[in-house]
Design a protein around this ligand. Sequence first.
Ligand SMILES: [Zn+2]
Length: 385
Amino acid sequence: MSLPNWRIAYVFGIPIHVHASWFVVFFFLTWSLATGLLPETLPGLSPPRYWGMGAVAALFLFLSVLLHELGHSYVALRYQIPIKQITLFIFGGVAHMGKEPPSPRAEFLIAIAGPLVSLVLGAACYGGAIAVESLSAEPGLRGLIVLGTLLSTVNVQLGLFNLIPGFPLDGGRILRAGLWARNKDFNRATSQAALAGIGFGSTLGLIGAGLLAGAWSGVLERSIATNGGWLIFIGVFLLSAALASRRQAAPRISATSVTVRQIMTSQVVTLLPDMSVQDAVDQYFVTQGSAGFPVCEEGQILGLVTVREIHTLPTELWPWRRVREIMLPASPAFCIPSDWPVMQAMEHMVQGGSDFLVVMENGQIVGLITRSAIAHFLQLHGSES
Ligand SMILES: [Zn+2]
């Protein structure tokens, strides 16, 4: 949505923004309360009174949504996840997290915090309304009871709706946390939870369409049409958000499922162990422009020589030392199997501080993979992780 939004406050250091579309909802809510619910439950007041009360109630509903988002944000902050901002818009709110949760447990706790806040608020408002009703029969307090009951209903609905297990709703995040914990694959979990979101979105939309058709044909009551319209609206919203999440997860799936074999260079130039360092520099490092070469004899890898090893040897000794004497002996630190996922190879490089790895199959060198080749691959496939 490219409509403007305004910063209205800071809570826990998080900027709270209100999106332009939210004002539409605010007006719609105030209007429906002032002309529907309030005159029905509190008869005999003047229209300006109803409008005023409607606006106050709408503000409290807005506060409920904000508290729900703050519930998520509070737990996220405890996991050191920065919250860039909270935006309130037509469908409620969203807390923009600076990064993905570090573990399934963190994801679960962050996701459940919002609905928990809503359900607790719902119970508290209901309790408040009951308490006021039993303590005093004064007519002036009727408005408070109506407000308490309304807030209670809306908060419970907010909590329950968000628990629908379709990503990107909170329930879908809880589902993702479970799938992630079970399969240890974040992107696959995202993709599967988004598939559930697509399923629930379509179902809600179809139920809405059914209600609308029923109301039009006279099988159902006319007033059901509004509910049908809302369900279609929410269903389409969930469906499109889930489709977008799935699209986003898809290229990252390839980054974790593509193997080293698929992006390695299979033309491997190797050095002989008994050649002089001077010859290696002149005939290989200078002409091939590579940062390092495996050292091999009779098809067996003996070690690796990179620019780093050569630089540690004084130039005047280059003609007098053999490659064998300065190479790093072959080790799992730089020899990896060809079926490793690209992401794993990248992590291995980062841990070992090396710029390239030798790819092995059945004890034989089959290729080389460089840090820049992986970086290039990730760039092309739009991965952030
Ligand atoms: Zn939520």
